[in-house]
Design a protein around this ligand. Structure first.
Ligand code: ADP
Ligand code: MG
Length: 476
């Protein structure tokens, strides 16, 4: 049971969280309907109790229905040998003075090791030193992320305009809080940093940027060192608070609660709050309703997936700023192939630039394909045979059911052959598998279709273009 529970916990809370908080749990005993679990430190016990109590109860009950209650206790010998066991769990607050551009690097298991700290964590000077007393602005903002470096296009123009507006006049009614949301790598963090820089330039405004994860870490650390009041005061003294990747707080009820209070205190005091997340407030199920409601009260701005045009503009701008000439063909190729995420597009471009510099050669399309082989491979879209059938049927104006029907009329047989041909080219299915998907046809039928279509492509350039167009549509 124990092993099963552990692996279920791991899946539910994630590997990192599991290793950070739950791995040190050991099994106590069962008495009637109560199970005891041990944790080595008081801090860890309190934390697990406050954050994971209901989850543990529910998991154990579903695993062993006789268990109605899970009790969390200190591992017996720890209590004797180390009364101040709370120092044993090292929530490494010293990382807070390091540059934090992503904010997602804090919860590394390597950082959760027994602390070798010798100062008493409750001493205010030790705490001030750990956190530098402040939230140092300069170390938190990445100088590459400015408004000037942000390329504006249809998908992000609204979010950009809202960010500009807040940077110019923070705390304006209607723009507080500013809630930015969108998929990974679309520029949320970039915009937040840009706002921070703009405000810092104006001077006299204290800005604090941190990821939601960092927020949780600092909150936990303050509980551990009994400096929660200082933590609260510090947060409530800023003029602008930015919390990045708020979705991280889903399921972290205590931290959410703390954030909610901070949020209210700041808004009531007329301070600006800027939050980013991967979904809109109403779609962030798992956040408390009252928090979601308040998050949606100001300005909510969506960053949409990039368009081809925006990707080209971004590539052009980045190449220009790196002083490298890249042919339009190569840029078009990249903008076609890497569509999900600006960060990956940038990464691909940087690699090309490095390569060009290293070998002193211009970047050709062939070189691009070679240098980016692995990246491109991971971006190949997995097209399904059903998708191919649907697209081809749509394009040729026949019914999708004709793809699998027995009809042999040319009007349906030819599109069916095109779909088989594309299925072979765009998926890794074998000929018999493809045949089966086309109304249980034989693999020789598929073979025949492929050679027929190849012939036509050779002979008829209009036909070839048509097939090429279909392939592009399916690949993008
Ligand atoms: P998110 O926080 O939404 O996951 P980031 O802000 O970290 O995404 O952006 C990922 C990378 O892509 C960063 O290096 C950022 O500078 C770059 N980027 C994203 N959008 C743009 C844009 N419109 N113009 C220029 N760079 C961008
Ligand atoms: Mg981000």
């Amino acid at each position: 049971h124990w092993e099963r529970i552990c692996s279920r916990l791991k899946i539910e809370v994630g590997e990192v969280e599991y290793r950070t908080w739950l791995q040190q749990i050991t099994l106590g005993g069962i008495e009637e309907d109560e199970l005891t679990l041990y944790l080595p430190t008081r801090f860890l016990r309190d934390w697990v109790r406050s954050q994971y109590n209901s989850k543990l109860n529910q998991l154990w009950n579903s695993e062993l229905s006789q268990i109605r209650r899970v009790e969390l206790a200190l591992t017996p010998q720890t209590d004797i040998t180390s009364p101040d066991s709370s120092t044993n769990i090292g929530v490494d607050t010293t990382t807070s003075s390091q540059p934090q551009t992503e904010g997602n690097t804090t919860l590394k298991p390597a950082q959760v090791k027994p602390s070798v700290q010798t100062t008493t964590p409750t001493s205010p000077t030790a705490e001030a030193k750990e956190d530098d007393g402040k939230l140092p602005l300069q170390t938190q903002l990445d100088p590459r992320f400015t408004f000037d470096n942000f390329i504006v296009g249809k998908p992000n123009e609204f979010a950009y305009a809202c960010s500009r507006r807040v940077a110019e006049r923070p705390s304006s009614p209607g723009f507080n809080p500013l809630f930015l949301y969108g998929g990974v790598g679309l520029g949320k963090t970039h915009l937040m940093h840009a706002i921070g820089f703009e405000l810092a330039k104006a001077g006299n405004i204290s800005v604090s940027y941190m990821s939601a994860e960092k927020f949780m870490y600092r909150f936990i650390a303050s509980i551990r060192s009994q400096s929660t009041i200082e933590f609260k005061e510090e947060l409530r003294s800023v003029d602008v608070l930015m919390i990045d990747d708020l979705q991280f707080l889903i399921g972290k009820d205590n931290t959410q609660e703390e954030f909610f209070h901070t949020f209210n205190a700041l808004i009531d005091a007329g301070r600006q709050i800027i939050v980013s997340a991967d979904k809109s407030p109403s779609d962030l199920s798992g956040l408390e309703d009252r928090l979601r409601t308040r998050l949606g009260c100001g300005m909510v701005a969506d960053i949409h997936a990039t368009t081809y045009e925006l990707r080209i503009s971004i590539l052009e701008a980045k190449a220009a700023s790196a002083n490298v000439v890249i042919s339009p063909k190569v840029m078009e190729f990249l903008a076609h192939k890497i569509t999900t995420n600006v960060r990956e597009l940038e990464g691909a471009l940087n690699r090309l630039i490095a390569h060009a510099n290293l070998f002193g050669r211009p970047i050709t399309l062939e070189a691009t394909q070679e240098v980016l082989h692995d990246i491109l491979k991971s971006h190949e879209r997995r097209v399904t045979i059903e998708e191919i059938q649907r697209k081809v049927a749509e394009h040729c104006n026949i019914r999708q059911t004709d793809m699998t029907s027995a009809r042999r009329a040319r009007a349906v047989a030819r599109p069916r052959q095109i779909a088989m041909y594309l299925a072979k080219q765009l998926t890794s299915r074998s000929l018999p598998e493809i045949g089966r998907k086309f109304g249980n046809r034989d693999h020789t039928t598929v073979m025949h279709a492929i050679s027929r279509i190849s012939e036509l492509i050779e002979k008829d350039s209009a036909f070839a273009e048509d097939v090429e167009l279909l392939r592009r549509m399916l690949e993008s």
